[in-house]
Design a protein around this ligand. Structure first.
Ligand code: M6R
Length: 632
């Protein structure tokens, strides 16, 4: 949700072989990598000898790049850049960041939502301030300018911009990462964060800021994660961190362990296409060191003691979107193998329904980014209520794992496409590992089934590879359905969350109305939607593994056919029954039922991606969306 980049080099460096436009080049490069966080508009401000110069444009980053070609920014050693996901105000040039204040002497970019911007704006207008945009960010800029003028009056405030930033943050409510440069402070960026991420990249004679490390991964792997309510003053040689009161503070230092190449398309037509293909390896990495081929399991340091886990009486899984469907699949495995009741809640619903939590409740927060604000707020609420929180997360050092009691990292590698694919599969894998771990700790569940499941899980990456070989067949089917106006998805048992995930993928990528239902529910209402030719994707339970559910699904298929619906059936190898009723048949390798989502989800990802491709849509950056939703 908005990407932020900052760069401070020395003026000496900007004039050397790196070229005079280092600030613009670094910031623009960072924005290209962070564009997945929002792509409604983009802008850059640089701080050069002549003061602040800025350019901004509505639309994708390419629009800003065109503008910079025709109207370049001056050579500079300091720059800030922003790519926006609109909250306050529509995506226009005027609402794009940076926003200027202090007679053009101050430039500000911001991620998050300032909840008290209404009253602040009113007060500033009463004081004579004129706003040029509808954004909450311009309110923050005006407030910062006001605080800056006061701070700068006192000769004791050599760090007037940092003093002003701290005062401003104390007046703001909501979530924010703010970066500011001022023409009276050449060579300095001051930044602050609350409930919104900010990472410093440490270079040699230059320093960087990013919403995440991909903002500067081309230049350094040495990173410092800023803590909650911290302010950082960044020069080419120094990184000074304080809290909002001005007391010295420290961030969390870490080394980025992935390669810049991991966040490139690497010859694929889209990041999503690449990330779908990476799934065998992503799942293998999630299992690595945790599960052997003989089924022996070791989850290592979860951060939560075995004793605590053994005493858990209830589990609540909180997550949003795709991650919540991963949680629903984990529920089936945990309840069957561990005999612990599991609830799955959208994180944004969880804390507003007065859930029953105590010190024997385990809350599992699933998040790819580890920054989803709804999920973070659920984590905080759960801990306040005395529950133990385990994060399942893909992003090392992100806020959700840092604020949880323990973490199980998924190791999918960076996921750039807005539509989640490999992150989902690794979330499901992590959920299954957790279920196996708890079952062994508690000596619960059917032991032979659990051992067989553990051995089978270690074979899953190879089976995922086999599913991927069917891409051409799925692509042809998707292309033939590009004119579809609505598609229904149905499943039973773990096929139900898979159906919802398939529908979500189609909605977000192909802008086609799609709904996922529990197949048994069809006859209780949704069957009214079936008219001649209505396409229904059916995730058919395993004939061998779940014969009763399979038979019931065949009845449902017949009910759809009787009303003229078209059935696209997703079956397991060896299913010689369903084909007689289906208009199209997609096949995945056989596995045990609780592991089936690790295979059945993939044809649905490919289906949505190819259908969106056939419609000529942007697969990596679907309209209105952003990768990390860091507002509530
Ligand atoms: O980063 P998170 O896993 O917390 O994100 C949760 C959802 O916003 C995310 O899964 C979203 O639903 C995806 N765009 C779906 O493809």
């Amino acid at each position: 949700m908005c990407g932020i980049v900052g760069y401070v080099g020395s003026s000496k460096k900007s004039a050397n072989s790196e070229g005079e436009k280092r600030a613009v080049r670094v910031v623009l490069g960072g924005l290209r990598r962070l564009e997945y966080r929002g792509y409604d508009s983009a802008g850059i401000a640089v701080l050069a000898g002549s003061g602040i110069s800025s350019r901004k444009r509505a639309g994708k980053l390419a629009n800003l790049e065109l503008l910079l070609d025709s109207d370049p920014l001056p050579a500079a050693a300091v720059g800030i850049g922003h790519t926006r996901w609109a909250t306050h105000g529509s995506p226009t040039d005027a609402n794009a960041h940076p926003h200027l204040a202090d007679n053009g002497g101050l430039a500000v970019i911001h991620n998050g939502i300032i909840e008290n911007c209404g009253p602040l704006r009113g007060r500033l207008i009463d004081g004579g301030h004129e706003f040029l945009s509808e954004t909450d960010t311009e309110v923050a800029a005006a407030l910062l300018a006001e605080n800056y003028r006061r701070a700068a009056e006192s000769p004791a405030n050599g760090d007037a911009l940092a003093v002003a930033m701290r005062r401003t943050c104390a007046q703001l409510e909501g979530s924010f990462t703010i970066l500011a440069v001022h023409r009276e402070h050449p060579g300095l960026i001051v930044a602050a964060r609350r409930n919104s991420p900010l990472v410093v990249g440490r270079g040699d004679g230059e320093n960087f800021l990013g919403s995440d490390v991909s903002g500067f991964i081309d230049f350094t792997r040495r990173a410092v994660e800023l803590g909650q309510d911290q302010v950082v003053s960044l020069t080419a040689d120094e990184v000074v961190i304080t809290d909002f009161r001005g007391e010295p503070a420290a961030g969390t230092e870490f080394t980025v362990d992935w390669d810049a190449a991991a966040a490139t398309k690497d010859g694929y037509p889209s990041f999503m296409a690449k990330e779908i293909q990476e799934q065998p390896e992503a799942v293998r990495r999630t299992l690595q060191g945790r599960l052997d081929t003989d089924g022996s399991l070791s989850l290592g340091q979860l951060g939560i003691s075995d004793q605590t886990l053994a005493g858990i009486r209830k589990i609540i899984i909180v997550a949003c979107g795709t991650a919540s469907y991963g949680g629903q699949i984990a529920k089936y495995a945990i309840e069957r193998w561990c005999r612990i009741p599991v609830e799955v809640d959208f994180a944004h619903e969880f804390r507003y329904r007065s859930p029953l939590l105590d010190d024997r409740t385990l809350v599992v927060a699933i998040s790819q980014s580890g920054e989803t604000m709804d999920t973070l707020m659920a984590v905080r609420y759960a801990r306040e209520q005395g529950a133990t929180v385990l994060a399942i997360c893909n992003t090392v050092g992100a806020t959700i794992p840092r604020e949880s009691d323990g973490v199980l990292y998924t190791h999918a590698g960076p996921e750039v496409a807005v539509a989640s694919t490999k992150a989902f599969l690794t979330q499901v894998t992590a959920g299954l590992l957790l279920a196996l771990h708890l079952a062994r700790l508690r000596k619960s569940g059917p032991p032979l089934e659990i051992s067989a499941a553990a051995r089978e899980l270690s074979r899953i990456p190879e089976k995922i590879r086999l599913v991927l070989t069917t891409e051409d067949q799925i692509a042809a089917l998707a292309e033939s359905m590009a004119g579809e106006r609505a598609v229904l998805f149905i499943g039973r048992h773990v096929g139900h969350p898979v159906a919802m995930e398939g529908a979500l993928k189609l909605k977000e990528l192909a802008y086609i109305h799609a709904e996922g239902f529990a197949a048994g529910e069809l006859k209780h209402g949704p069957i009214a939607l079936i008219e001649p030719s209505q396409a229904v994707v059916v995730i058919v339970p395993s004939l061998a593994g779940s014969p009763i559910l399979h038979a019931k699904m065949i009845s449902t298929i017949q009910e759809i056919k009787a009303r003229g619906g078209r059935v696209i059936a997703l079956v397991e190898e060896g299913d010689d029954v369903t084909g007689a009723w289906a208009d199209a048949l997609l096949t995945v390798p056989s596995t045990i039922p609780l592991l089936a989502p690790l295979l059945t989800t993939i044809p649905l990802q490919l289906f949505a991606a190819h259908l969106a491709g056939a419609k000529g849509l942007d697969i990596d950056q679907p309209r209105n969306l952003a990768k990390s939703v860091t507002v509530e």
